[in-house]
Design a protein around this ligand. Sequence first.
Ligand SMILES: Nc1ncnc2c1ncn2[C@@H]1O[C@H](COP(=O)(O)OP(=O)(O)OP(=O)(O)O)[C@@H](O)[C@H]1O
Ligand SMILES: [Mg+2]
Length: 233
Amino acid sequence: MTATLTREPQHVGPLATRLNGILASRGIDPATAIAGEPPTEPVTALELADGRIPARYRRALASHPQITAWAEQTAEAGRPGPGGPGIAEGRSLLITGPTGTGKTHQAYGAIRALLGRGVRLRWEGTTTADLYARLRPRAGHDTERDLQTLARSPLLLLDDLGAAKASEWTEELTYRLINHRYEHLLPTLITTNLPTRELRDALGDRVASRLAEMTERVILTGPDRRRRTAPSA
Ligand SMILES: Nc1ncnc2c1ncn2[C@@H]1O[C@H](COP(=O)(O)OP(=O)(O)OP(=O)(O)O)[C@@H](O)[C@H]1O
Ligand SMILES: [Mg+2]
């Protein structure tokens, strides 16, 4: 899928910031790009998504066979639409493994694989700790609406489930989020460091039971990849 954006010099606004970044990554100075001049190459959905993917995972490639199979199946199941196939109801993945085994990398790799296959994808991604911070009730902010946005998103990446400190409030919130996705068969990518039993203790039985039914478990093993490479950032 390609975006139908006209390139204008020095675009302004959040989408424009991303577009300027894409132009810059192609070695084109946005300030000197000529308004109305047709782009040499169309801007792809994958490039547009880059700005929403954390920098560390911007080039992530899903390599685990269960994850590539999931991306392939999810892309093929997509509903036809004017801008390319959309994401449909489907399976979810629970990516588990110790620290640094590449769970988040594989999850963003899966999203990139869908975008690369031209799936017209609306997706949301958050760590659970950020989710709880974002949804904490506060004056002047409609947190219920934020919860609905995440719950209804056609694809959701819920990173580090079970890592944040639990309370009755976090349990209820996680339950509402997971239950909505469970009931509506919405594809969800979940990563966690916790083994099954600890996940159940951390999230409560109602969430654990739904996850057992709605997700395929992907187990990553191996050393902490962060400690194997020389630090770069
Ligand atoms: N298949 C891969 N190829 C290259 N680099 C990888 C791969 N998988 C992971 N990495 C790199 O290894 C590091 C750890 O990966 P990642 O953050 O995905 O681990 P994680 O399992 O999510 O860890 P945590 O449990 O702490 O959240 C990152 O720098 C990531 O970019
Ligand atoms: Mg991670």
